[in-house]
Ligand binder design. Structure first.
Ligand code: NAD
Length: 496
């Protein structure tokens, strides 16, 4: 099958987008790698403090007029942005594949899910409504309105470079705030392309800004007195040790969504072909680089025959996955983001072996379609004899691996899930409604799948997770994002 054309040509330097201007940064330059060929496809600069300050200042100055703009008018800018994204759907998707490595179908899914957040945010006139009560005392009414707060900082991870900032930005601007977005320095191109469409949609200057950089820019945002709140999606160490405490110390609102180690529970009465297919996408989709990815499967019951047949079906399906360039539509799994990440994942596999897990399928030396260099490629790796206390369970791997744990009964499986503080999303595969209900009721994570392996909430539901991987009270997406980006104002009115 032919490889689709790459949209990014040459090696462009990604600029900042500030106050409706495209600005060259003077900071240190970093390569943006396309992992398929392990080659540089763009350069991005790490913005200086002055450059960040200029973006925050532009956003601050844009805020008073933007907050006064009626919500229906603000929504119209988002409608236009959505239309432009639809017109550029394929290019936006191919950019993600080129800068990240995921398959084109995974990128198209990401584009769709990103756009859905804009669609939901277009409902802002209704979502932002307040409440009112008549006659709280004779002739006195009370009402509550929701008001925006100012400039918000939005910090993204590398693994969903298009979609994740859109879990926040559309709601932030729809509610009347202005934003400074800091994409991952590893995948900055998608947010730059979105900013081009923001410009074309005609948003007023300073409402939507993009500043590139790494941790220095993040630290600058966390300490900036004119940024009122932060949304962050990234790894647990960054969320736990940097974002949450520093926002607390600086009195900023914060949502920080972090890493995961998720479980898929397999009951012996599951539909085997459907379950195996779900496991393939859950564990190996996006090459495992997903906070909702399965990391370990828990096979319940003592029936060795079921276990052996199930494992044979899982292994056979994993062996068939076609690995290669995501712009080839026949490819089912792309590379991981870069050679360092591959090294880290190889280290996790090695640790698993040292701790006593056995390798049933070894993905460390994969066959890559069309002979691309294997620098950033891994195949699916399946471990057996995994124990809940092993590092391949307690720590996030973020690569295409599947551990298999066995337990006697469902209670044991639920216990394993709940003892791990990082299970953002767990799933059960069963044809027994009572067991499914028990699992849904007793498992304490934010997203639960029943006969579904990837539990990505639609844009009108909150994107929540487990206690250990979510910091802050509210979540991104939908109504909860609207609450995060607004403050309630209660007014009491005596009619004279
Ligand atoms: P990361 O924490 O390395 O980086 C995320 C952002 O923080 C980037 O913009 C980066 O520039 C910045 N950053 C990195 N180190 C920093 C530091 N020391 N101080 C300040 N800023 C810093 O995360 P990543 O590798 O880009 O993303 C992958 C992680 O994100 C995984 O752990 C994954 O599970 C998680 N993730 C979570 C969710 C969720 O909703 N829970 C969704 C997607 C990804």
């Amino acid at each position: 099958m032919a490889v689709l054309e790459e949209p990014i040509k040459g090696v462009p330097t990604i600029k900042n987008y500030v106050n409706e201007e495209w600005v060259d940064s003077k900071g240190e330059e970093l390569d943006v790698i396309n992992p398929v060929k392990n080659e540089t496809i763009a350069k991005v600069r790490m913005s200086t403090k002055d450059e960040l300050d200029a973006a925050v200042q532009a956003a601050k100055e844009a805020f008073p007029d933007w907050r006064r703009t009626p919500a229906v008018t603000r929504a119209r800018y988002l409608y236009r942005l959505k239309e432009l994204m639809e017109e550029n759907f394929e290019e936006l998707s191919r950019i993600q594949t080129q800068e990240h490595g995921k398959t084109i179908d995974e990128s198209r899914g990401e584009t769709r899910r990103g756009i859905e957040n804009i669609e939901v945010a277009c409902g802002i006139p209704t979502m932002m409504m307040g409440d009112s009560s008549e006659d709280i005392a004779a002739g006195i009414d009370e009402y509550m309105i929701r008001v925006p707060l100012g400039v918000f900082g939005i910090i993204g991870p590398f693994n969903f470079p298009f979609m994740i900032p859109l879990w926040s930005a559309p709601y932030a601007v729809a509610t009347g705030n202005t934003v400074v977005i800091k994409p991952s320095e590893q995948c900055p191109i998608s947010q730059s392309k979105i900013a081009e469409l923001v410009e074309e949609a005609g948003f007023p200057p300073g409402v939507w800004n993009v500043v590139n950089g790494a941790k220095e820019v993040v630290n600058g945002m966390l300490d900036h007195p004119d940024i009122v709140g932060i949304t962050f999606v990234g790894s647990t160490p960054t969320a736990r040790d940097v974002i949450y405490p520093r926002c607390g110390a600086n009195g900023k609102r914060v949502i920080a969504q972090a890493g995961a180690s998720n479980f898929l529970v397999i009951m012996p009465d599951c539909n085997v072909p459907g379950t195996v297919a779900a496991l393939m996408t859950s564990f190996f989709g996006n090459a495992g680089q997903r906070c909702l990815a399965g990391q370990n499967a828990i096979v319940v019951g003592e029936d060795d025959r079921f276990y052996d047949d199930f494992m044979e079906a899982v292994t056979a399906a994993a062996k068939k996955i076609i690995i290669g360039n995501g712009l080839d539509e026949s490819v089912q799994m792309g590379p991981v983001k870069d050679a360092q990440k591959k090294e880290r994942i190889l280290g996790c596999i090695e640790k698993g072996v040292q701790e006593g897990a056995t390798i049933r399928l070894d993905g460390r030396a994969p066959t890559v379609k069309d002979g691309y260099p294997t620098d950033c490629f891994l195949g699916p790796t399946i471990f057996e004899n995994v124990a809940p206390e092993m590092k391949i369970v307690t720590e996030e791997i973020f690569g295409p691996t599947m551990g298999i744990i066995r337990t006697k009964d469902l209670d044991g499986a639920i216990k394993i899930c709940n003892e791990n503080p990082y299970h953002n999303a767990d799933a059960i595969f069963t044809s027994n409604g009572k067991d499914a209900r028990k699992f849904q009721y007793e498992v304490n994570c934010g997203s639960i799948g029943i006969n579904i392996g990837i539990v990505a909430p639609m844009a009108f539901y909150p994107f929540s997770g487990a206690a250990g991987s979510f910091y802050g009270i509210l979540h991104t997406q939908g109504k909860e994002a609207v609450r995060f980006f607004t403050e309630s104002k209660v007014c009491i009115h005596r009619w004279l």
